[in-house]
Design a protein around this ligand. Structure first.
Ligand code: FDA
Length: 316
């Protein structure tokens, strides 16, 4: 019931101004965001690495409105790839193409993304392109394909809630794309996405099995914890995770041929259980000052988070 209004608010400028004004919102967001600086993010990654968990770093930001902001976002990623390398931590990066100017000019955006992927290749690292709302799906896939023709250290996210994803996955697997499968976090109309959660979950499991079936066609996870295996199963849904574990056991797929992924601050118990059981686990670690839309999507996913936030407001 709260999902739709919260996703609406995640895009509303007036709500951003209001909510980010309160220190209590920033403090509550810290449950999901590692901090504001690269140092904060590297410290969070070190803590995860010490528990046997890899990371993917997200410098928060999306939907930029001018080219200089987009260029700066790409510069920041180039810089943070160097920081990851120098710190020797096991992390790659995740990027959003609207942060690199996808809403301004596709070619310009592709050049920014290329710069980051090229630097990642130089440093033996990997770039995952997040998937945003369905208005951007075609253009995101087009930029990914362009990069993937030239580089093998770039991967893409697909969303189980979209009807189109089955055919996207069929085509992308034929191109040996490394895919992260998630459910999907944006507000989508019923002609684009399954309205019922049960249908999203069923589609997720179907697609996960398809990705696992192809998992041996690309090399497994690299030793340095940066280049991931072909499929990334990104969910905190224990029922799906149990089903994936059962599928892996039944098919005998070696664990290094796929990885589980989860978000920073969510189901740490499950992250640790899977890592202790010998599965590669990667946590998505966001940092930066542009935490508002990311935070609102996390609230929208779970009503209990809204009460957690409101109780902090009352206490403050
Ligand atoms: P579901 O929503 O069914 O939740 C299952 C259980 O997980 C819940 O019962 C609860 O215990 C826990 N949980 C889930 N969300 C929680 C929250 N916010 N707070 C506390 N507990 C929570 N989306 C997208 O559209 N594009 C993208 O590029 C990405 N990238 C991405 C990367 C990674 C590594 C992950 C894990 C997720 C994404 N997502 C994403 C987000 C994804 O689409 C989805 O919105 C969330 O993962 C929540 O869905 P679950 O699969 O966890 O299932």
């Amino acid at each position: 019931m709260l999902r739709t209004p919260l996703l609406y608010l995640s895009n509303a400028g007036w709500s951003r101004q209001l909510i980010t004004h309160f220190g209590v919102a920033r403090r509550t967001a810290r449950r999901f965001v590692a901090g504001e600086t690269p140092d904060d993010a590297i410290a969070a990654i070190r803590a995860l690495n010490s528990q046997g968990i890899n990371a993917t770093l997200d410098h928060l930001g999306e939907s930029v409105t001018n080219q200089s902001e987009a260029t700066r976002a790409a510069d920041d990623y180039v810089h943070v790839l160097g920081r990851i390398h120098d710190a020797g931590v096991r992390a790659n990066v995740s990027v959003k193409l609207t942060q690199f100017g996808l809403d301004l000019d596709d070619e310009f955006c592709a050049r920014n993304a290329r710069r980051v992927v090229e630097e990642a290749r130089r440093l033996d690292n990997f770039v995952r392109i997040d998937m945003e709302d369905s208005q951007h799906t075609d253009r995101t896939i087009a930029v990914f394909r362009k990069l993937h023709q030239e580089f093998d250290n770039v991967g893409l996210v697909v969303q189980a809630y979209l009807y189109r994803t089955q055919s996207d996955v069929d085509a992308l697997l034929a191109e040996h794309a490394r895919l992260r499968l998630c459910k999907g976090a944006y507000k989508e109309p019923p002609d684009h996405a399954f309205p019922r959660k049960a249908d999203v979950d069923a589609n997720y499991l179907r697609l996960a099995k398809q990705l696992l079936a192809q998992a041996q066609s690309l090399p497994p996870a690299g030793e340095g914890g940066r280049v991931p295996p072909l499929p990334a199963i990104a969910t905190h849904d224990e029922r799906i995770i149990n089903a994936v574990e059962a599928e892996v056991a039944a098919t005998g797929l070696p664990r290094q041929y796929f990885e589980f992924q989860m978000l920073y601050g969510i189901r740490r118990d499950l992250q640790q259980r899977l890592a202790a059981a010998g599965y590669p686990v990667r946590v998505y670690v966001p940092y930066g000052t542009e935490w508002y839309p990311y935070f609102m999507r996390r609230l929208a996913e779970r009503p209990a988070n809204v009460w957690f936030f409101l109780s902090n407001v009352v206490k403050s």
